[in-house]
Structures are given as C-alpha cells and as structure tokens.
Write a protein that binds this ligand. Sequence first.
Ligand code: MG
Length: 369
Amino acid sequence: MGTDRSKQYLSIGGKPILRHTIEAFQRLSVKPSIAVVIHPEAEAEYWGAVAGLKDLERPVHGGNRRQDSVRLGLEHLVPLRPDFVLIHDAARPFSSTEMITRILDALQISQAVIPALPVTDSLKRGKEKRILGHVDRENLFRAQTPQGFHFQSILNAHRNWATGPEMTDDAAIAQADGIEVTLVEGSEENFKVTTREDLQRAAKQFAWEYRTGNGFDVHKLVPGEHVWLCGVKIPHERTLEGHSDADVALHALTDALLGSIGAGDIGTHFPPSEEEWKGAASWRFLDHAAKLIISKGGKITHVDVTLICEKPKIGPHRRAMIERLSSILAIAQDRISIKATTTEKLGFTGRGEGIAAQATATIALPYHD
Ligand code: MG
C-alpha cells in the first residue's frame, strides 16, 4: 500500500482516509497481510490513523520516488513468501470487496491484473489553453489500483527497474519487465482523493444522516416484590406483569431503536408466542436492536426515556439506570437521558394499575441516496 501524498491522513466520515482504505482490505474474506509504506517523518500520523486496527505489518519507510517506495514495501513482504500481492494507493478509500475480488480471481490465470475504466470523455491534446489536436479515445483506459501481481514476478520487475526511469504505476513496471498485464473492470467510486474537490466528494460519500425513532409501552402492576426498570431491579410492593421480565422502559427504548431503522417492533423480533422469551431479561432485546444499527454502519447518538408512574420513585435509581444503559448500548453516559413523571394520580398510571414508558432514540447512519 503506497503513500505518495499526505491526503491519506485527512479525516472523512470521522476517520482518516488511510484507515478507511485499510478497512476495505480487512473486510475481505482472505484476510491479507497489510504493509503500509509511509514517509519516514509520518510515523506519528500513521500510528494515530491506525490506532486499534489489528493484524497490520510494521509500516515501511518509503523512498524518493513512488516506485522506490513500492519496491521497499515488496522487499519487506519477502519473508512472508506470498503468492500474490495487491499494490494500492492509500488515498483510494472506496475499493469495493467486489472489485478487489475480481482482481484476485483474475490473478488465478494472469501474472498481472489491474482495474481500469474506459475513457468516455473526448480527449484533446493542448498547450496553454489551446487545443493542438484530438486524441482517439478508443482503446484508452484509466488505470486504478489495487494492481494485483504474482509476488515474485513484480518483485523481480521492481528489482530490475530499481534504477530505471520514473513510472506512474506498477503495471508499467511489470510491462517494462515483459509481464503481460490484464484489465478487469474498475469502479467510478474507487477514485483517488487528490484535489480539494475529491475530498469534498469523498466526504459526501461518508456523510451521515440522522434519524429518530420513538417507542411506547405499558405493563400492568400485580402483587409482587420488585420491578425491572431500565435494566435495574428495584424493590417494590408490586411487580410488572409480562411475558419477559416486563421491563417497560427497555421495551419502549427497544421499539424506539427499531423504529429509527424501520425494523418493525419488539414483537416482530421476539414474538411473545415463543417460549424462548418467557421470563427473558429485556436487555437482550435492547442489545439486539443496538446491534442491528451497528450492523448497518450506524451509531446511536442519543436516547431519552421517560417513565410514567407514581411509584416507585425513579430519582434514587437514575444513576444506576444510566450506567446500565451505557453498558448495554456501549455509548457514553452523557448520550443517555432518563426522566420520570407522574400523571397527577389520574388514569391507570395515577391509580398505580400499571407503569408506562416512552422513549426517543436518535441515531446516525452512513448517508446514501
Ligand atoms: Mg412490553
């Protein structure tokens, strides 16, 4: 993975571009060894960008020219004795699994494979704003990365070319060394972040959309010794009746989270008719809803729960409830609000016949059209 500019350390969608790029390869089922070639003075930026990422090779210090950096990266991989290598620009964070798989598949039969797109705009040769001629675009392609090679072939090519003239990509070095290069379909989304305009386009690709969902639930109070509210067991002279542990607050909040992604309600996911959920701890429902959001690349921004009852008093338990929700949802405590109100002794909650809860959840999802 080559790094020729410092664009890869800029942040888009809350993460450095380099991190997005590495993650695109870590999503592959083949789990490649990844070595990043960095500028010798970019150690601090590099370690900041990859903090917490697992299974990375040590970074390799690059050379003066792009091809020197790539050669040093390849030499670093020699002890791993790989069959194939993909050489990639760190500033291309949008390489899809499908496209990388196309390249890997083609490497089974070709020594060298690059993703490319046909040129569709008309091409002109010009100088100082004057057109000098027209270039036939037929058979012209725009080369992208990752470029895939049989490891030993491209290593030899780079070694042979170490003192050769500058080349703009590894396919050119491969071809100069007599290796036939095959084209597979690239992707318009797999663009290189080079200009300020690219950066804006990339940021848009990682824009977030914010959504809210709401939930409401009621459970009946019957004779008993405790109630579960927001995952906390509270001693009480009554208990809430229900199929599960009847934690009315967690049920309302689970519905709010499910509502934010249009994923039905708690009954869709955990039918009361199923024996499995009898007496179940309701944090499991909430955990399930939170994981659905995370599986969509989303994050929970804020939750707000209101309990409606005369008794028990919620105030003394609020801190424990916030801690519990923070742990179930894996979000900071300042993203959680728990409130309580009475209905001035009116209605079923006022008469102590049941407890009601309502909840609002705000989430962020990766934006797409
Ligand atoms: Mg319920």
